[in-house]
Design a protein around this ligand. Structure first.
Ligand code: DLZ
Length: 176
């Protein structure tokens, strides 16, 4: 549980993202919230140096469709990472659980099978007020957090790829 009034979106430093490309998938359900998440994510990417033309935004009907939207990015574009943004608010039925678990499991599987960072910017709250407090309100903006996560994961992937290449090059040199 977050502390009362705690802003969860404060970061010490964010790596430069000027050579990175991002896809953002936004759920249309609870649009007031998801548009605020989008605003936060784009602002954070731009602040880290990502050019506007390197941020591609697509909409899907609801949070349940986020994994497939992310897969379209992985399959049809050359983005380095995807950020999915959604907001599921607890209602009277069990829809909430099915949508949340479908979306989370879908995104986890997708990251692993595509070897691509997919940042999970989905709010799962009891009320609209709780969601708004986390979409640019007193608890920060989950969209900002997802953008920072995506940048950090792309940086990590680039570093790992680079060091693997160096290790392999060194290995080949020693063998020859
Ligand atoms: C159906 C539904 C419901 C009840 N609630 C939400 C919600 O709070 N947040 C959200 O993003 N989407 C909701 N949806 C729509 C589903 O995500 C999905 O779009 C539909 O079930 C169609 O597949």
């Amino acid at each position: 549980m977050s502390e009362k009034k705690k802003n969860l979106s404060q970061f010490n430093s964010v790596p430069p993202a000027d050579d990175m490309r991002f896809g953002i998938v936004v759920a249309e359900w609870n649009g007031e919230v998801t548009e605020a998440l989008l605003k936060g994510a784009v602002k954070t990417l731009r602040k880290a140096g990502c050019a506007e033309h390197n941020i591609l935004i697509k909409y899907v009907p609801g949070t349940f469709e986020l994994p497939l939207g992310a897969q379209f990015f992985a399959q049809y574009t050359d983005v380095d990472a995807v950020i999915v943004l959604g907001c599921v608010i607890q209602g009277e039925t069990r829809h909430f659980e099915y949508i949340c678990s479908g979306a989370t499991q879908g995104i986890v599987q997708l990251q692993i099978s595509w070897n691509m960072p997919i940042a999970f910017g989905v709010l799962t709250t009891d009320t609209m007020d709780q969601a708004l407090a986390r979409a640019g309100g007193e608890h920060g903006n989950k969209g900002d957090e997802a953008a920072v996560t995506a940048i950090n994961m792309v940086k990590l992937q680039n570093e790992m790829e680079q060091s693997a290449e160096n290790i392999n090059r060194e290995f080949t040199r020693n063998v020859n």
